[in-house]
Design a protein around this ligand. Structure first.
Ligand code: UT7
Length: 345
């Protein structure tokens, strides 16, 4: 345990990971529903009414997840007013390469020295998994400060002919700096509920390209290397799993659903967010919604929604904020905090 960790113990205040700054980055290219309707058998009306999405951002050719992550990381460090951390954790399911991880490159580009840096692959729940990993690392006294990033370029794995997925996903990145502090101060992550159910791994998958279904060469079907999703079944699981996880987390933290000021759910579909709000007994207008502008950005979804919530003044210092996410694996996770008075860049 570091000196700082023992100091907290000696003051009698429980050590916790505390949010110090938030930064985001979106690619410059906006893709509207109208644009997609020109090349796919879909319409703005279908996409808006079935998902709530109006537009998303797709990275230009040549821009990789690590590029977006580096931008968001730069902004999070600036927001937190710090130029160094003890670890970098990057949640992504669209890494720059199968091997090595993308985080070490991001850490090097951020000039963070030789700190530990690794990726977490938990699809759309990745950011909450990464927060939990960082919080555990801080609680154990292994690190004082951790940069946690969620970044994705789903546009690179979408099948351009598949209207089931192409209209939903967007690219982007969000990052936070967590620092050791006290469990009773604003910004402290108050607890976690995490889960997975691999029996349903095929509901969301990129079938080929890994060791299970290897690339064979010219006879490969390119669509097998693209993202696939059984939307209807995933919808049902998303509502059930995020609902149960949120309830477990609220119980652990000791908050009633009515006392939650802002509900930040994974931005997959506005109908999922409404169903979840109703199930939990949280007013629908307490749910932060930014999927209309950014689509489903997988591991970047929660930090992008937090930033939009703060910028639109829906999330204010002192608010009780509940976050919950769900994704392929299946994986899910929830956490909560009292929103701190921090910069968002
Ligand atoms: O981020 C990880 C977690 N992901 C999620 O949580 C996503 C959860 N799933 C969903 O959000 C929804 O299931 C979707 C938005 C993906 C699909 O909406 P849905 O209401 O479940 O539609 P569906 O898949 O049941 O399809 C209904 C109809 C079908 O036509 P038929 O069979 O009724 O004639 C589809 O072929 O809508 C058709 N359809 C489309 N039509 C126009 C599917 N995609 C489109 C499209 N445009 N883009």
């Amino acid at each position: 345990m570091t000196d700082e960790a023992s100091a907290n113990t000696s003051t009698g205040r429980q050590r916790a990971a505390v949010l110090r700054g938030l930064g985001t980055h979106l690619p410059s290219r906006t893709v509207t529903n109208e644009e997609l309707s020109q090349r796919l058998d879909t319409s703005d009306e279908w996409i808006r009414t079935r998902t709530g999405i109006r537009q998303r951002y797709w990275a230009e050719q040549g821009t990789a997840t690590g590029d977006l992550a580096t931008e968001a990381g730069t902004r999070a460090l600036k927001a937190a007013g710090c130029d160094g951390v003890d670890a970098v954790i990057l949640a992504t399911s669209t890494p720059d390469h199968h091997c090595p991880g993308t985080a070490p490159d991001v850490a090097a580009r951020l000039e963070l020295g030789t700190v530990p840096a690794f990726d977490i692959s938990a699809v759309c729940a990745g950011f909450v998994y990464a927060l939990a990993t960082a919080a555990g690392t801080i609680a154990a006294g292994i690190a004082e400060r951790v940069l946690v990033i969620g970044a994705e370029t789903y546009s690179t794995i979408l099948d351009p002919q598949d209207r089931n997925t192409s209209v939903i996903f967007g690219d982007g990145a969000g990052a936070v700096v967590l620092e050791a502090g006290a469990a009773d101060e604003p910004g402290a992550l108050l607890g976690f509920d995490l889960g997975s159910d691999g029996r349903y791994k095929d509901l969301i998958t990129v079938p080929a390209g890994g060791s299970r279904q290897r690339a064979q060469g010219p006879e490969d079907d390119p669509s097998q290397f693209c993202f696939t999703m059984q939307g209807k079944q995933v919808f049902t699981h998303a509502v059930t799993r995020m609902g149960e996880s949120s309830e477990a987390l609220l119980g652990r933290v000791g908050w009633s659903a009515e006392s939650v000021d802002r509900f930040v759910g994974h931005q997959a579909n506005v109908r999922i967010l409404h169903a979840l709000s109703d199930q939990l007994g949280i007013d629908r207008d307490r749910a932060v919604v930014n999927l209309d502008r950014v689509g489903n950005t997988s591991a970047a979804s929660i930090p992008l929604a937090l930033a939009d919530g703060v910028n639109s003044k829906e999330i204010k210092a002192g608010d009780r904020v509940l976050m919950t996410a769900f994704g392929g694996g299946l994986t899910w996770g929830s956490t909560a905090l009292i929103w701190p008075d921090i910069n968002v860049v």
